[in-house]
Design a protein around this ligand. Structure first.
Ligand SMILES: *Cc1c(COP(=O)(O)O)cnc(C)c1O
Length: 394
């Protein structure tokens, strides 16, 4: 199997996901399953005194359980949840002030790109974009006022890999205090743990693999540093982009099957990627688990395998892409990724339509680049579906 040689899985992952912070003894009822506490306010024994909770925005018992569990899965000390992945990113902007500079990867999530270019820019926080597969470019792009470095690895939709250890070292060498953020949505801590490689903050759209059932929008950050965590705790409450207790319950429940789900996403996607690579209409498959991936060796050093999301290019154009995507029957034509159901999409007109065209062209996000999110259906059924869609469209 091509997945051999990847970083060894941290032992105990599934046990942490199931048991960490979930002790029944913390509830009067000794409930084995974490209850949903909907109360927005908590009785205080005396004015100015409280027993851990005051008001639901600053802390909630259901949310706390999830935040502690998330932190443990990434080997971090502090977890924070938000009303969406972009809500988490917006809150991180609160760490910056006018005049600061962000250095970002050049093919990060479209919504992150839009937030930096349109929202942060209006607050006089400038962002420049660099190719993080080239550490020397990252080094050169750091400015005196750079306060935050934002990267995704693998990237979306090109599945490029950034060398986390090397880039962290370069950034730390600059001396000034720069916060390194890694958006780990594509892999989850089951497949990659950025804090182990020098990142300061890990960000998630929990909406994707972490919840995994395409029925919750939520985000999170995980941090090791106590001082940074204190600032984040303040911002979480002060900016207010917090999730509902019900959604926290849903994600906490979903974490119980994260290891099982990721294992199957990983296996199935690799089989499909290998199948696509042999298909006569396919010109390129972008999947870090394939030997043909230009950074396969680097991927093996920092990842414990790859998830279910990857892209491929075919020999047709926009018309073939349209026909192919509307012919699929098991895959659903939709944005997003990471759920139990398989999805397919055309980044150039869907997820990445908000990226300006010149930048899109530069990144190779063409009308023949299709992104898949391989779900948990039977692999054979997914392959048959792709095969019939190729036949119907070429
Ligand atoms: C979806 C996504 C986000 C944004 O998360 P939301 O929960 O949709 O706000 C951020 N980063 C990546 C990599 C994503 O896929």
């Amino acid at each position: 199997m091509a997945e051999q040689g990847f970083l060894k899985q941290k032992p105990g992952f599934a046990t942490i996901a199931i048991h960490h912070a979930q002790e029944p003894e913390k509830w009067n009822s000794a409930a084995v399953v974490t209850p949903i506490v909907t109360s927005t306010t908590f009785k205080q024994p005396a004015p100015g005194e409280h027993t851990g909770f005051e008001y639901g925005r600053s802390g909630n018992p259901t949310r706390n359980v999830l935040e502690e569990c998330l932190a443990a899965l990434d080997g971090g000390r502090h977890g924070f949840t938000f009303s969406s992945g972009l809500g988490a990113t917006t809150t991180l902007l609160g760490l910056l002030k006018a005049g600061d500079h962000i250095l970002s990867g050049d093919d990060v999530y479209g919504g992150t790109n839009r937030l930096f270019r349109n929202v942060a820019a209006a607050m006089n926080i400038e962002t420049t974009f660099a190719d993080f597969t080239k550490p020397e470019e990252v080094d050169k792009a750091i400015k005196e006022n750079t306060k935050l470095v934002w990267l995704e690895t693998p990237t979306n939709p090109n599945l490029k890999i950034a060398d986390l250890a090397t880039i962290s070292k370069i950034i730390k060498n600059h001396g000034q205090h720069i916060i390194i953020v890694v958006d780990n949505t594509f892999l989850t801590p089951y497949l990659q743990r950025p804090l182990d490689f020098g990142a300061d903050i890990v960000v998630y759209s929990l909406t994707k693999y972490m919840n995994g059932h395409s029925d919750v929008i939520m985000g999170a950050t995980v941090i090791n540093d106590d001082e940074l965590a204190t600032r984040l705790r303040f911002l979480q409450n002060a900016m207010g982009a917090v999730p509902s207790p019900f959604d926290c319950y849903m994600v906490n429940r979903s974490l119980k099957t994260l290891a099982l789900r990721m294992e199957q996403h990983k296996k199935s996607a690799l089989v499909i990627a290998e199948w696509l690579e042999k298909h006569p209409k396919v010109t390129k498959v972008l999947h870090p688990g394939l030997k043909s991936h230009p950074q396969h060796e680097l991927a093996k050093k920092q990842m414990s395998g790859h998830s279910g999301v990857f892209s491929f290019k075919h020999s047709g154009g926009l018309q073939e892409s349209r026909k192919f995507l509307s012919s699929l029957k098991v895959f659903t034509l939709a944005e997003s990724l990471g759920g139990y159901e398989s999805l397919a999409e055309l980044p150039s007109v869907m997820t990445h339509a908000s990226v300006p065209e010149p930048q899109r062209v530069e990144l190779g996000i063409t009308d023949s680049l299709i992104r898949l999110s391989v779900g948990l259906e039977d692999t054979e059924d997914l392959i048959q579906d792709l095969e019939q869609a190729f036949s119907a469209s070429f």
